[in-house]
Design a protein around this ligand. Sequence first.
Ligand code: ADP
Ligand code: MG
Length: 356
Amino acid sequence: MIRQIRREDVHRICSGQVVLSLSVALKEIVENGLDAGAKTITIKAKDYGLDYIEVADDGSGIEDSNFASLAKKHHTSKIAQFEDLETVGTFGFRGEALSSLCAVSELTVTTSTSSSGAGHDLHYDADGELAAKKPCARERGTTVKIANLFHSLPVRLTELRKHKKREFAKLVSMLQGYCMVRPDVQFSLTHIQGNSARRLVLKTRGGDASVLDVATALFGSKTVQFAIVLTKTLTEIKTVDGPLPGLKVSGYVSKPMQTLGRSSPDRQFFFINQRPCEFAKLSRAVNEAYRAYNKNQYPFVVAHLHMPQQEVDVNVTPDKRTLFFHKEQALLETTKLCITETIKAFEGTMLLKTGA
Ligand code: ADP
Ligand code: MG
């Protein structure tokens, strides 16, 4: 007999596809803060995020009139119709994140707008309905707290418990991507263990900081020497014309022949139209270009690709980290060419300097 799945079960099943992991949960909340114009994003995670993750931003805050619909499925302030997807400039657009987070965790939101005077503390139930609301003190901005992530998905919870350190490491590297793409935003992440032990995992300065400042804050350890090495080691990527006209590539790549301490592929950051993304083929293309000059190292890369919005489809996977390109091969070849030309130009200056 064919029966309809209960509405609340459908919600739970689908939400598990949106909030795939700890890092995706945090990514969604951070993106909402950035979409709200935040300049400071302060994150606290207890027990590697298993207990709770709390994200405070100083963005626009949420108007009272939106409290009831905030965590309802497919309720968004960012697009009104399908056509808007072509030009969407915000990270979010599907109105699914908060709704999904409600189904897989306990969601609390504290928010205040510049016009609202005081703030409000809001609790949502598993269906995304506003369950409780009380006034509280809050500066302009929003704090989103998710507690007991995956309590409603036992298998996922067991996995997360088992691999909490690894999952937390993924969360940190995801967050580093956002730090790199938004040097103007001050990010911090504090890990709380037990009742008191606190560890500052990551902090950037925000304001007029450059990408290099951020890279140094994230990877440069505390020593000044290393910061100098890092600055000397990175070279600015040049855009050259390739099979995909209109593609602009900018950012930094580490020069071959120099070491950045560790040489692993986990320090590569790719951004398509300001959106951090996972793109293994692109990483491979860059590594290939690099290998012609240095066989033993993976480059440190921060690469921004800019192209007309119509060339990219961001609406492919629920976590929006996989993108679809209309001319993928041309894009890969052009990027590879840009990296090769950048390194070649640098190698050229080296030859001149050494008189060879
Ligand atoms: P989306 O980001 O796709 O719109 P979400 O479920 O992530 O969907 O968020 C729903 C809506 O809640 C957003 O469109 C936005 O209006 C509001 N919102 C969520 N988080 C914040 C925040 N930190 N500051 C201001 N508004 C927020
Ligand atoms: Mg969102």
